[in-house]
Design a protein around this ligand. Sequence first.
Ligand code: ACM
Length: 773
Amino acid sequence: MQYIRNTVVLTFLFGLLTACVQNPVDLVRGDLAIAPMPANMTPEKGFFHINRDTWMQMDSFPGTTFDPLAVFHEVFLRKSGYQIPLVPKGQEQSDAKHLILIVKSPVQDDPETYRLSIKPYGIIITAPTTQGVFYAMQTLRQIMRIDALPDREQHDRSWVVPAVEIRDQPEFAYRGMHLDVCRHFMPVDFVKKYIDLLAYYKMNRFHWHLTEDQGWRIEIKKYPLLQEVAAWRKETRVGHYTDEPVEYDGTRHGGYYTQEEIREVVRYAAQRGVVIIPEIEMPGHCLAALAAYPSLACTPGPFEVATTWGVFEDVFCPYESTFTFLQDVLDEVMDLFPSPYIHIGGDECPKVRWKESAFCQELMRKENLRSEEELQSYFIRRIEKYLNSKGRNIIGWDEILEGGLAPHATVMSWRGMEGGIEAAKAGHQVIMSPGSHCYFDHYQAEPDYEPLAIGGLTTLEKVYSFNPIPESLNQQEAKLILGAQANLWTEYIPTPDKAEYMAYPRAIALAEALWTPPSKKDYASFVLRLASHLERLDGMGVRYAQHLRVPLAETRSVDKGLEIVWQTPLPRQTVFFARDTQTKAWSSVMTGDTVLVSESGSMYYKTDYSSVREIKYVPSKSRHAVITAIPVPHQRYPGGQGLKTLKDGLTGKPHFNGRDWCAWRGAPFILDLDFGELTSVDSIILGVLSSPGSWIYPPESVEVKGSSDGLNYQTIAMWQGEMKNGRQDITFRFPGSEVRFIRLLILPVRTILPGKPGAGQPGWTFLDEIQVF
Ligand code: ACM
């Protein structure tokens, strides 16, 4: 803490002698560690003092019910023990040099813009809207470092604020975060805190995912069974949903928000400039509703609120009565949420039940629908028409493109950016939320050392690097990209603490990626500001992840062995490493520096902020081979060093990612190894992954061929078989062979079997590594 105690001893003694409750004044020094980085900021000389002499005056902003000072006043009172008076025009008594003046500027293009001038003689805030004023106050709040301080209502505090000139506005209009309260119910207080943090980082949309297979969380008065039945599940799957054996916790879980609570959260968000976009999922992800009202399904049921994760085949059946139900639900939703947008889901809706349903097939004939995808579009269009008639627009996940897009729909692109590109090219508005950068349920650091997550690896830097505008769009199309949001799905996030751990600090990186102009984005500057923000997050009681100083080991296979570089977001951190933990002979290195490992064995490392970790290096003869593949690996999982990843002496971990693994999808492929000269080979060990829950299967067969000339190949080994889940080795033994070329012919699972996750889709094949001995 950097308080400057300016307690004058005499004053203090005088205070004691007069037995007055006159406490010492803490002088708090502010800084310019603002996040997101303002669009324009020029530090100036001098300081402004905020203390008991300070007063405020604000122009009126006709037509708004949003008090842009309320949050600031609340925080200020809590931290300082006094209030800055807001003095009506004409009642000025104080000295103008202690004034914070808020002026309404003419309305401009961007309603969120603001100007904040901190001069030694006063502060002037200029903005066209209360939203702009609110953001100016958040910036001032950050500059004051007020949130870094403990609450001390009894004591006076006084602030020294550096002079600065800020002209700021956001790059994107839609800056959002999503929260899934269905997989795990989150209490109202936490939802409010989540919104509070969004607003602090100038995000303006909260996507509240309210209905799911595993629980319905919004009170709908017309349908009481949604509260009695759909809001509760009897138990919950334990561990990752690909784990075996399957285990359940035996504990009933659930809850829902009353309409009164929802109104309160909507009001709370509005006082922070945050619009809440409710999501009511249809036609899929609705098993909880079907458990309450089975007549909405194509088959009779009964159904049970889901207790495990994934995609379920029982979905809403497009009966007239289903539309009536959904319209009734949406009527109550619209009454609660003033948002111009209602999210209607639309993702991951299997068509199995519709294919089997005589009703659906007849409806398709009647409506001239050629496929079940078109039936889904019919479904979404009807709902869109209803919502449009009430003055609202729909947002849907990118699957709503599949059978033809509803006329006015906004597309939320989650399966990469492609859906968003297609929608923008068709003239539709888009919100980007690709898994690659925006799924905060992914790991943020090495999975082996993290609490359980769904998979993936989305580091702070990756989030920061996000640009929602794809290169393939022209200027006109790019204007349709409203912005982006991160999604926090909570299958593996049972508590508010873990939700904060997954969301922060990545949400701040996203906030900056969406607010700050690309020319001003600078990851190094961001990280330094973020280090300063951790004390603000501490002060706000946020249980963020500690990865600023925890290293991610990056490896590179080189001629002499394996190069390791440890990276932390915060530069120049000390990492301790040892080849042997028994001797405790730790050497140290700074992050960013390279260490070479030339012999096989383990490398252990740690920091003051992390436990001991291990890199197991086992190079083999494949190290000297040139590897080629036909076709090359899938672009999503090309291997961190391309095909070299397959021979870098490191075996892929069960938590798959595109760094450690190379992957192919659905079609046969060939891997060729050329050793450059005749080489004696006794065995090959091929590392493969089996994770059916993630659509990853071992190959159906692998054939090993050898050749001395690269023309004539002979089969030397063959594998076909079953495999346990997880990372497994396929071992081929053929002692005494002499070859220059080895060819692996790999047949993957072409189509995932019915009843399995991803049924009907091409299976993934993940490989790492190819060890040759
Ligand atoms: C999604 O992640 N299923 C939108």
